[in-house]
Design a binder for this molecule. Structure first.
Ligand SMILES: [Fe+2]
Length: 251
C-alpha cells in the first residue's frame, strides 16, 4: 500500500516528536503492509512560523538515511500538507511550497469551519495553474458535512478527494464518520490515507482501515484508494475516476 498523508517527519509539526518516534511509525507501517509512505508535514499555517523548505528537505534526507540504516522495508517520499491561503498557487509556482513527490499534486487542507466559496476559489486557482489539488479529509469540514453536493461539484472540477482512516473508524465523531461513509458510498474519494501523527494514537497502521473499507464498500475499495491511485499520483499520472452518484439533497 501507499500512504500519501502522514506526519512522520520529526521536528516539523505536531506529528513524530523525534527520529525514534518516526522510526517506530515507519516500522509499524511496513509491518502492516505499507510499501511507500509520504511525509506531509503541516505547512503554511497562519500565525505559525514554518521551517524553510530546505530545512524540511534536509530533515527528510536524514530520516531517509535512518530508515535505510535500520533496514525498514519502506520507500519514503516527501510532500507537505499545505494550509490554504489565497497565495498558495503563487507560492507553489515559486517553490516556497512543494507538491507530493514533485508531481502536479499538492495536498491542501483548510480550517474546519472554512466557507465553501473560499475552498472553491483556491481550488479553481490551483487548477488554472495546472496543478491537480488533493483535498485533505473534506469529511471533517463543516461546509461539506452540511452540503455534500458541493463536494460532488469539486469532484467534477477535477479535485482529488482524500479521506482519513480515523474518520471512517469513528475517531472524529459520528457526523464526520457519517460524512466519510457518504463520500465512499457515492464514489467520490480517489485516495485514502492514515493522516498518522504518532506510533501510539493516530497511527500509520492501515490494517483495520483496509478491513473496514473492503467489508463495507467492496473488495475493490482499498486496492483503488490505498494502492492504485496513490501510486499513480506519485508517478504524476491521472488517477482512476469512478462514476460518482450526485447528492440531490441537503443534509
Ligand atoms: Fe494531516
Amino acid at each position: 500500500m501507499t500512504d500519501l498523508h502522514t506526519h512522520i517527519l520529526p521536528f516539523t509539526d505536531d506529528g513524530a516528536t523525534d527520529f525514534d518516534d518516526a522510526l517506530d511509525m515507519a516500522e509499524m507501517a511496513a509491518e502492516n503492509g505499507t510499501e511507500i509512505i509520504a511525509a506531509t508535514p503541516h505547512f503554511n499555517i497562519p500565525g505559525i512560523q514554518s521551517r524553510s523548505v530546505s530545512e524540511i528537505k534536509d530533515t527528510f534526507e536524514q530520516m531517509k538515511n535512518k530508515i535505510e540504516k535500520n533496514k525498514i522495508d519502506i520507500s519514503f517520499v516527501l510532500g507537505m500538507e499545505i494550509f490554504a491561503s489565497p497565495t498558495v498557487g503563487e507560492k507553489l509556482d515559486c517553490g516556497e511550497l512543494i507538491t507530493l513527490n514533485g508531481t502536479r499534486y499538492p495536498l491542501i487542507e483548510f480550517g474546519f469551519s472554512e466557507k465553501k466559496d473560499f475552498i472553491f476559489s483556491v481550488m479553481d486557482d490551483l487548477i488554472s495553474r495546472s496543478y491537480t489539488p488533493i483535498l485533505a479529509h473534506p469529511e471533517r469540514y463543516d461546509c461539506f458535512i452540511s452540503d455534500l453536493q458541493s463536494l460532488y461539484e469539486l469532484y467534477q472540477m477535477g479535485v482529488v478527494i482524500q479521506i482519513n482512516k480515523g474518520s471512517i473508524l469513528g475517531r472524529f465523531g459520528r457526523r464526520v464518520q457519517r460524512t466519510a461513509d457518504a463520500i465512499l458510498c457515492h464514489r467520490l474519494a480517489a485516495v485514502a490515507a492514515s493522516d498518522a501523527h504518532s506510533p501510539i494514537t493516530r497511527t500509520p497502521d492501515l490494517s483495520e482501515f483496509v478491513r473496514v473499507l473492503d467489508m463495507n464498500y467492496g473488495d475493490g475499495c482499498s486496492p483503488l484508494l490505498l494502492e492504485e491511485n496513490p501510486k499513480r499520483i506519485l508517478r504524476n499520472e491521472d488517477v482512476f475516476w469512478e462514476s460518482p452518484i450526485p447528492f440531490d439533497y441537503q443534509r
